[in-house]
Design a protein around this ligand. Sequence first.
Ligand SMILES: NC(=O)c1ccc[n+]([C@@H]2O[C@H](COP(=O)([O-])OP(=O)(O)OC[C@H]3O[C@@H](n4cnc5c(N)ncnc54)[C@H](O)[C@@H]3O)[C@@H](O)[C@H]2O)c1
Length: 247
Amino acid sequence: MSTFKGKTAIVSGAALGMGNLIARRLARAGANVLLTDVDRARIQATAREIRAAGGAARALRVDVRQYAEVERAAALAHKTFGRVDLLLNFCGGSPSRVFGRSEPFAQRDPALLEWGIDVNLRGPLYFCRAVFPRMIESGGGVIVNIGSIDGVTGSGAVEYSAAKSGMDGLTKSLAIVGAPHGIRAVCVVPGPVLTRPALAKMKTLLGRAAEPRELVDFILYLCSGKGAFVNGSCHLVDGGRACLAGV
Ligand SMILES: NC(=O)c1ccc[n+]([C@@H]2O[C@H](COP(=O)([O-])OP(=O)(O)OC[C@H]3O[C@@H](n4cnc5c(N)ncnc54)[C@H](O)[C@@H]3O)[C@@H](O)[C@H]2O)c1
C-alpha cells in the first residue's frame, strides 16, 4: 500500500464525503496530505486521525472563493512537504443541500447563483492556478476535477449544473497547458453517490446509487501510474444514469 509514497496531495472539500475518504486513502497509501475545507473542525479531526495512524497530514481552513486562502494552502503544502503532486478538487455543493434553498430559477436569489458558481467552478479554478507553479517545480502532477451528472443532463439547480459542466472545459484546458510540464488533468463525473441517504432515490440503470469508495477507487487509479495515459478527459461514473433517456 505505498503507491503514493513521497507524493503530496492537496484535497479541497476534505471535510466530508468523497473528499474526506480520498484524503484518508491517500494517506494510507503513503502520500502526505493537506486537507482543506471551510469546516475547520472536521478537517483537523481527520488530520489528527491520519497522524495517529502513522500518516502525514495537515489541515488548513480554506474558503475556495478567496484566492488568497487557496494560495496559502498551495504554499503550505509545498513548504511542509517539499513538493505538490496531486490536486483533488472535491469542494462543491448545491444551494438546496447546503442552505436548504431550492426556490425555482425565476425566483432564485442572485446571491445563491453567485455562490453556486464560486464554490463549484471558481474555487476549483483558483486551486488549479495556485498549485500549477508548485507542480511544475515538482516535475509534474495530476489534477482531478469533480463534475456531476447534473452538468451533463442539466437540472433545476441551474448554477450548479452550469458550473459542473464548466469542469469539462477547465480540465481539457489544464491538460493542454499542463502537458509540457508533465501535468495531467482529468475530470470525474459522478452520478448519485451515497454520501447522504437522499441520493439513494436518484435513478440509475443499475437501480442503485454508488458507494463513495466506488468513486474513490477509480480516482486513485487515475492518480496512480496505472492511469498515466488518461489525460484531458471526463469520465462518467454514474451507473448508467446518463443513458436513462434511451430506456
Ligand atoms: N454525492 C453525490 O451524489 C455527488 C454527485 C455528483 C457530484 N458530486 C460532487 O462531488 C463532490 C463531493 O461531494 P460529496 O457528496 O462527497 O461531499 P459534500 O458535497 O458533502 O462535500 C463538499 C465539501 O465541500 C466543502 N465546501 C463547500 N463550500 C466550500 C467553500 N466555499 N470552500 C471550501 N470548501 C467548501 C464542504 O464543506 C464539504 O466538505 C462535490 O463537488 C459534489 O458536487 C457529488
